[in-house]
Design a protein around this ligand. Structure first.
Ligand SMILES: [Zn+2]
Length: 149
């Protein structure tokens, strides 16, 4: 068996998939060829590293999961409260516009503008609240997926 043959069959040999006759030939070559022996060791190390990656993936401990779930629950409540408060404040911003019907035109315009200004000032907060909701939903889905395994 030549070095080129060994190179071709080395993968199958490392996986234990060669027939006995070919395996004997290959082992005979390996005993007399340092280059192919080194190549085999390299391949076996790669296979071991891959197996370690596949098999020994660290799993989060139960305490960490519980803690994460508790923090997630708190975050959900906090986000809901924030969204509710923002909704109330934005609704309140439109109250002057409603009241303004009984006021002179200039006051109506001023109230309208103040309502719009308040909405504009709140926009980043609303955006932030929506972002939080998105994060909470995302984490929730991730936790569910983790539990599903
Ligand atoms: Zn060789």
């Amino acid at each position: 068996m030549s070095c080129a043959d060994v190179e071709r069959f080395l993968g199958a040999y490392a996986d234990g998939e060669l027939n006995p006759e070919r395996r004997r030939d290959l082992e005979a070559h390996l005993r007399g060829c340092p280059g192919c022996s080194a190549r085999l060791r390299e391949l076996e190390e790669q296979n071991a590293a891959l197996a370690a990656l596949r098999g020994d993936e660290p799993r989060p401990p139960a305490a960490l999961k519980r803690d994460l779930r508790r923090r997630l629950r708190r975050k959900v409540l906090l986000t809901l409260a924030r969204v509710l408060i923002l909704a109330l404040v934005v609704a309140a911003a439109f109250v002057p516009m409603v009241i303004a019907r009984e006021l002179p035109p200039l006051a109506r315009v001023l109230f309208g503008l103040s309502g719009l200004a308040l909405c504009a000032a709140l926009a980043p907060l609303v955006w932030r609240a929506l972002w939080e909701v998105k994060n909470v939903v995302w984490v929730r889905l991730a936790v569910k997926e983790e539990d599903g395994q």
